[in-house]
Design a protein around this ligand. Sequence first.
Ligand code: AP5
Length: 210
Amino acid sequence: MNTILLGAPGVGKGTQAQLLSERDGFVQLSTGDVLRTEIANGSELGKTAKGYMDRGELVPDTLILNLVALRLDRSKSYLLDGFPRTVAQADGLTKLLSDRDMKVDVVLSLELPVEEIVKRLSARRVAIKSGRVYNLIFNPPKKDNICDVSGEPLIQRSDDQPEAIRVRLKEYENKTEPLKNYYDQRIGIQIIDADGDMETVYRRVKAALA
Ligand code: AP5
């Protein structure tokens, strides 16, 4: 089953994808995580993507579609987190999947008021090596600024600064939100209330996937 997690930046897509992959065996494919790995590795693709990401803008569609195409032969099904994000990417995904006799089966859209999104993003801290995501308010690490799993120092993502958050929310509204209609007309979309603690939201997501 291929599942898309749609939703604005900071709504909790990555958090829910991580829970679903650890507890239920979903294979998470997060374009944001793949891009950050490319940047950390100093690849040409990472260098190109970094400027867009730091400003909060979307990375060009062709680059994203090439990157996804290279990763679609690793499993029979995926939990897509942060992809697709434009109509061109959604069309590209349909083609990439149908070439492999696959399709999108479920689309969930996580929804949260914008004030709560800004609060979550401003307090987010991440561990690069372990990939763990924390929140200074809602999900702090056991020791101040240290990852519980790897012991590495936590950092603030460069795109979690106020100006980049503003641009990301605008990009979402202009380019990604239209995908709700796009998928509703083709497959049907389920709206998930993302307000509430992580376990509550996880239960809602699981119920939608049942
Ligand atoms: P990406 O990494 O995909 O970022 P995003 O979509 O902006 O989403 P985030 O990772 O910010 O948030 P999230 O919804 O995963 O929330 P999280 O679980 O971390 O993309 C980054 C950039 O890469 C883009 O801006 C773009 O430049 C580029 N890019 C990536 N994909 C692309 C594509 N397909 N096309 C073009 N460009 C692309 O949670 C946020 C915080 O809230 C955390 O601190 C977490 O601990 C906390 N939290 C989560 N759930 C809860 C809860 N229920 N209650 C309280 N706190 C919670």
